[in-house]
Design a protein around this ligand. Structure first.
Ligand SMILES: [Zn+2]
Length: 129
């Protein structure tokens, strides 16, 4: 693995991993070697194994690391549970609970959640170029 300049656990070296955790290039290399668990609509899902947790103790309790490549070619990590913990339906205002589902649509990460009242699925843009 290449050497990166780090500060507070984040990569400071300029380039496509700038601002990311040190395990992002580590998983990216594994992805390039063909070890992705799955790729769903551009979201690269990497399983976190015991070896990975030994290398990166901060991954304790984390099952998957999700990567996303922006239009500018930066590799960024998608937090599996980012953003608001509770979503509200824009139509009826009811509490839709939380979304742990992410989907890449037209280069943007969307959170997906469903209103049980209206029976509508919502796609909320979250992150991306
Ligand atoms: Zn609703």
């Amino acid at each position: 693995m290449a050497d990166y300049e780090c500060e507070d656990g984040r990569i400071r070296s300029p380039g496509k991993f700038e601002g990311e955790a040190l395990y992002v290039p580590y998983f990216w290399d594994m992805y390039m070697d063909g070890f992705a668990q799955s790729v769903d609509d551009g979201v690269i899902k990497m399983a976190v194994e015991l070896d990975d947790r030994i290398e990166f103790p901060e991954l304790e309790g984390i099952e998957e690391v999700w990567l996303w490549v922006t239009e500018q070619g930066f590799v960024t990590e998608i937090q599996v549970n980012p953003g608001p913990s509770v979503y509200q339906c824009p139509i009826c205002g009811s509490d839709c609970g939380k979304s742990d589902h992410r989907l890449g649509i037209s280069g943007k990460i969307h959170a997906i959640w469903e209103c049980d009242e209206c029976n509508i699925s919502w796609y909320l843009p979250e992150k991306g170029a």
